[in-house]
Design a protein around this ligand. Structure first.
Ligand SMILES: Nc1ncnc2c1ncn2[C@@H]1O[C@H](COP(=O)(O)OP(=O)(O)OP(=O)(O)O)[C@@H](O)[C@H]1O
Length: 228
């Protein structure tokens, strides 16, 4: 469960990024966060990862108050939250297999575990036959699949994607969304920040719309904008 209680975030003295935001996301939900550039989507994600602190208000992730988590426990929090970005953030000189393995190595997982898990997850995302390719030998959609595999290989309870289809064509984007949908179906809470109107409309998931740091709409099976 993720809960924002009356959260306000100011950058500097007078840039209001979020204003008195209340938001609750249950375990296992799939939520789209939509809104224009500057509406506060990335700020929500950065708060969840404890990259920044709220100015006022309280945030809970899986029953824990983020303000009570000390610096040393932040890596633990981040292990519970897999992240996928618009620009993939893959290491260019490592193969798909090595990119995923590396993410497990840095979080101190056992070698045997890594050997077993990496091919399994690459299979799951549909890259079983491309494990030994470098990022520049893969299409944009395939690179995004590697980055999803990397985010999900340790099966975090929460997966966050910030504009995951921003650099992809519509057809490729559908494949990526279907993959996120599958990850959600096995019980993962999925939060996707996006401008991708078509995708939001096709998926019919919960849509939380932000405007100037406030929630202006929250629909269970929503669309990008309100239908007329
Ligand atoms: N580090 C920062 N310093 C100062 N102001 C910031 C900073 N980061 C964001 N802002 C401001 O806070 C507001 C919310 O920004 P945020 O990045 O959360 O929006 P967003 O909805 O994620 O936008 P985008 O879709 O462009 O990523 C904006 O007015 C932005 O200019």
């Amino acid at each position: 469960m993720i809960r924002f209680e009356n959260v306000t975030k100011l950058y500097g003295r007078d840039t209001v990024a979020l204003e008195k935001l209340d938001l609750e996301i249950e375990d296992g939900e799939f939520v789209f966060l939509v809104g224009q550039s500057g509406s506060g989507k990335s700020t929500i994600i950065r708060l969840l990862l404890k990259e920044i602190e709220p100015t006022t208000g309280v945030i809970y992730v899986r029953g824990k108050k983020l303000s009570a988590i000390g610096r040393r426990k932040v890596p633990r929090l981040r292990r519970d939250i897999g992240c996928v970005f618009q620009d993939f953030k893959l290491l260019p000189n490592k193969t798909a297999r090595e990119n995923v393995a590396y993410a497990m190595e840095v979080t101190g997982q056992r070698r045997r575990q890594i050997r077993v898990k990496v091919p399994q997850i690459l299979d799951l995302v549909g890259l079983g036959d491309k494990m030994d390719k470098l990022p520049n030998e893969l299409s944009g959609g395939e690179q995004q699949r590697v980055s999803i595999a990397r985010a999900f290989v340790s099966q975090p309870p929460i997966l966050i994607a910030d504009e995951p289809t921003g650099n992809l064509d519509p057809e490729t984007s559908i494949g990526i969304m279907q993959l996120l949908h599958r990850i959600n179906r096995i019980g993962t809470t999925v939060l996707v920040a996006t401008h991708d109107r078509e995708m939001v409309d096709v998926m019919r998931k919960r849509v939380v719309a932000l405007e100037d740091g406030r929630i202006v709409r929250d629909r269970v099976k929503g669309a990008y904008s309100d239908e007329v």
